[in-house]
Write a protein that binds this ligand. Structure first.
Ligand SMILES: NC(=O)c1ccc[n+]([C@@H]2O[C@H](COP(=O)([O-])OP(=O)(O)OC[C@H]3O[C@@H](n4cnc5c(N)ncnc54)[C@H](OP(=O)(O)O)[C@@H]3O)[C@@H](O)[C@H]2O)c1
Length: 434
């Protein structure tokens, strides 16, 4: 390739787009040294061309017409940082149709339409990279695709949503309620005015769909990820968990046992000895267990202008290197394993359970009988007086049990006369050797 310059069409000049411009401008010399090419932003797409921007760009580059960017024959690479799903899908498919390579930070799009987009890129011999879509500045997708390519990953557990980790960390450290901390997070800009996608786990589920597709080589749909958010987590759950040695985290869990797969997002009691228990605030972390390598963990900022833009521009560097070598589109590895999802009787986990009982003789015998009938044994038991003292609160941590058996336990507990209220039940991770 004799050309000395690569032209980029930047779609979006918001938080991430601004960072992309800053990094391309600020690191130009390093980028030229690494790629042998100058990387130049030729056009920028925005919604409102009259909006005041945080950085100065040549107004002649800016447009609100997406096709001026996508169909510009001189543009080699599209960087998509506008967000959204359906319209953006059309833009990206059209850009690939035009033979342009694509870098995107869009997890919503890749979780929902990733297979279609990868197929189109492969057909057209184009690159498609989306490192920034999961865990912002942490190069976890590259680690899965390249770093672990010779290993067999059996577990991935991630704190992949900074908003919920901020809320749970604050609740744990300051004793404040979920509602109080959410309000504060919204005031600080850590949570959206409508926090549903974050607090109900949808954002994390999208990221876990992407991680498990790449880590397990199966075509994992969003519908395959079971999902529960943190809006029902109480201060009491968190403090009682702590008493027994656990930190509450919204955990994405992807696990493979004999090629049977489970992927979920749910509030989880993480044992304090597990490295994920110490991840505080808006930070992200992904724990990966490979059969050969053993335990690894990737930690860093999951969002923000420059961390996210670094991931985007690093993808861009890979595209440019591939252009020089003439190998674009050849690195795409489509999922090649058959997807086999576990049933509820194959999903094994330890559980934390908390309920209120009448404080009378024979109560524990009834409870342990139900547990024994479902093959559930106990690792920890805590009993303490509740309110007036006529009742007691019992907190159990079980050994590994199937989800199916635990569902039966909960159903039978709910029917038991001596149990007056089931307060909560959470999955438990950590505290054992893998
Ligand atoms: N922010 C983060 O830390 C972060 C981290 C990881 C991934 N991401 C992903 O990166 C993407 C961008 O996020 P962001 O935070 O940078 O968003 P943002 O600040 O809201 O910026 C979006 C940009 O896209 C433009 N835009 C939006 N819809 C458009 C449309 N239909 N046509 C033309 N232009 C349009 C907006 O134009 P105007 O400026 O004129 O409104 C704005 O410049 C999203 O997919 C997000 O999930 C973000």
């Amino acid at each position: 390739m004799s050309r000395r310059k690569v032209n980029v069409g930047l779609m979006g000049l918001g938080t991430v787009g601004t960072g992309v411009v800053r990094i391309i401008q600020g690191h130009q010399e390093d980028l030229i040294k690494q790629t042998g090419m100058e990387i130049e932003i030729k056009r920028i797409l925005v919604k409102d061309i009259n909006k005041q921007r945080k950085i100065t760009v040549d107004p002649a580059m800016v447009t609100s017409d997406p096709y001026e960017v996508i169909r510009d024959p001189e543009i080699d690479v599209i960087v998509e940082v506008i967000g959204g799903i359906e319209t953006t899908r059309e833009y990206i498919l059209e850009a690939l149709e035009q033979g342009k390579h694509v870098v995107t930070a869009n997890k919503d799009l890749m979780a929902l339409h990733g297979a279609e987009i990868l197929k189109k890129a492969e057909e057209k011999g184009c690159d498609i990279f989306y490192e920034a879509s999961v865990a912002g500045g942490i190069p976890i997708l590259r680690a899965l695709v390249e770093g672990f390519s010779s290993d067999r990953i059996t577990r991935m557990m991630g704190i992949v949503n900074g908003t919920t980790n901020y809320i749970l960390s604050k609740m744990s450290e300051e004793g404040a309620s979920y509602e109080e901390v959410l309000k504060e997070a919204q005031e600080l800009g850590y949570a959206e005015a409508d926090p549903t996608a974050d607090v109900e786990g949808h954002d994390a589920a999208r990221k876990m769909a992407i991680l498990s597709t790449l880590g397990f080589h199966v075509d994992m749909n969003l519908d395959d990820v079971s999902c529960k958010g943190i809006s029902e987590v109480t201060q009491e759950d968190i403090q009682l968990g702590k008493k027994l040695g656990y930190e509450m985290k919204l955990l994405g869990i992807a696990r493979r046992d004999d090629d049977m797969i489970e992927v979920s997002v749910e509030p989880t009691m993480v044992h304090h000895t597990h490295p994920l228990a110490s991840i505080k605030g808006v930070f992200n972390a992904v724990y990966v267990y490979g059969e050969a390598v053993g335990e690894t963990m990737f930690y860093g900022p999951g969002a923000g202008e420059l961390p996210t833009a670094t991931a985007v521009v690093s993808d861009l560097v890979t595209v440019v290197k591939n252009m020089k070598l003439g190998v674009n589109g050849r690195g795409i590895v489509a999922p090649y394993k058959e997807k086999q999802l576990k049933n509820d009787d194959q999903i094994m986990s330890k559980y934390f359970m908390r309920f209120i009982v009448r404080d009378e003789r024979g109560v524990l015998a009834k409870i342990t009988q139900i547990l024994a009938d479902q093959d559930v044994s106990l690792e920890q038991v805590l009993q303490q007086p509740y309110n007036s003292g006529k009742k007691a609160e019992i907190i159990l941590v079980t050994h590994e049990a199937s989800r199916k058996n635990m569902d039966t336990v909960v159903k039978q507990f709910a029917e038991l006369d001596v149990i007056t209220e089931i307060k909560s039940i959470y999955r438990v991770e950590g505290g054992e050797k893998l």
